[in-house]
Design a binder for this molecule. Structure first.
Ligand SMILES: *Cc1c(COP(=O)(O)O)cnc(C)c1O
Length: 391
């Protein structure tokens, strides 16, 4: 990439044919050709360059989807990026592309709860076994490896508990044992960390979050290296996981400002973390405290941190924690995150999933904040008044 990615994002995908700054939304099922020969020519081109945008039927997308894939391939600095209708669809696509009945997967304990249900419960019915490792003890990863292990599934940081793992060590264990790796990189996006460049075979981002950035569309991306490309391509084609052109357009539109938004989310989150650090009964699950293990592991690999923060609140009075959360006025109550607006969630088992290694005692309570693009002074004032409820 010669230009900076920030510049590339603003200039890419101009449509000089239609004289518009943005690409058109091409809605199609049938892709129409002038002749049968032209169809064959397109198909031959697709064989020669399978990563190119040569469509003969719109289940593979249209030129709008292809523009999005090209932007994401540039952002990830990888071989190719597939796009799917949701983050979960990308996760499913990644796993079923490389795992077969009889195989085993190893997942990090703090994965996104639906990922855990998908692997542990749903795939079990297809005779695929899931083992779990402790994100802070990679011996538990090595211990679970056997000759049926096909995939190591990492989510970093841990979902809702924000453990930062030693990614270099994970890749080295995987390479030594010739096992494929995938990382859910939704928290940072490749703007702050590029998993494929680092050595992962596949990388997932829920485009529903920061890529779209406006809480109005769902999507998912799956970045791959050359080694797994063919397998994912075949799975994608037969499953029909296809992102619609209107959704692709909205994600492209969101991506134009990904850098600006993420930098601001990050700046605001740091201010909130600093403010909250004065509360002795709150542990902040965010990489800001120098010398902590999480900070070191984050610093080693990431160029920035996003706007999603966890709070571990020490209190013998769970009702006061609920009161604190319910007294917030500028934080919306709702799932998802990554939009321009602030959100809060009180985390119970429903949100975290049943963990094997999580270190939360009875008098500790998890709250997740997504720090939006509001004026941080207002967010701090809001937190200040709500925290008075905490006992
Ligand atoms: C939201 C999320 C997903 C799933 O994405 P959807 O687009 O909601 O399907 C996967 N992983 C992480 C870390 C997420 O936050």
């Amino acid at each position: 990439m010669s230009k900076s990615f920030k510049t590339f994002l603003k200039h890419t995908a101009k449509d000089f044919h239609n004289h518009s700054v943005n690409p058109p939304v091409v809605r199609a099922s049938t892709i129409i050709f002038k002749s049968m020969q032209e169809i064959r020519k397109t198909q031959r081109r697709a064989i020669k360059d399978p990563t190119g945008g040569h469509f003969d039927y719109a289940r593979a997308g249209t030129s709008t989807t292809y523009v999005l894939q090209k932007i994401l391939t540039e952002l990830e600095e990888c071989y190719h990026v597939f796009v799917a209708p949701s983050g979960m669809a990308s996760i499913f696509l990644a796993i079923i592309s490389v795992v077969r009945p009889g195989d085993e997967i190893i997942i990090s304990d703090p994965v996104y709860s639906p990922t855990r249900i998908l692997t542990q419960n749903f795939l079990k019915e297809f005779n695929i076994k899931t083992n779990i490792y402790n994100p802070y003890d990679l011996n538990t990863l090595e211990e679970n490896i056997n000759n049926r292990t096909k995939l190591i599934y990492v989510e970093n940081p841990g979902s809702n508990s924000f453990e930062f793992q030693d990614l270099e060590k994970i890749i080295s264990i995987a390479k030594k044992n010739k096992i494929l790796t995938v990382m859910d990189n939704t928290w940072a996006t490749p703007y702050y960390f590029k998993p494929i460049k680092f050595g992962f075979d596949m990388a997932i981002v829920s485009a529903t979050k920061y890529y779209s950035g406006h809480s109005d569309v769902m999507g998912g991306s799956l970045a791959v290296n050359k080694k797994v490309f063919d397998r994912v391509k075949i799975s994608e084609k037969i499953t029909g996981f296809r992102l619609g052109p209107d959704d692709a357009y909205l994600i492209i539109r969101g991506l134009r400002t990904l850098d600006v938004r993420l930098d601001r989310h990050s700046e605001n989150a740091k201010k909130i973390a600093k403010f909250l650090s004065t509360y002795k009964n709150i542990e902040i699950l965010y990489p800001y405290k120098k010398n902590s293990l999480n900070y070191k592991m984050w610093k080693k690999y990431y160029s920035g941190a996003s706007g999603l923060i966890g709070l571990k609140i020490k209190s013998n009075n769970i009702n006061s924690v609920r009161k604190f959360v319910n007294s917030l006025k500028l934080f919306g109550y709702g799932y998802s995150w990554g939009g321009f607006e602030s959100l809060v969630l009180h985390q119970e088992i429903r949100e975290t999933g049943k963990r094997k290694f999580m270190n939360v005692t009875k008098n500790q309570h998890l709250v997740r904040l997504h720090i939006g693009l509001e004026d941080p002074k207002d967010l701090i004032d809001d937190l200040k008044q709500a925290l008075k409820k905490l006992k």
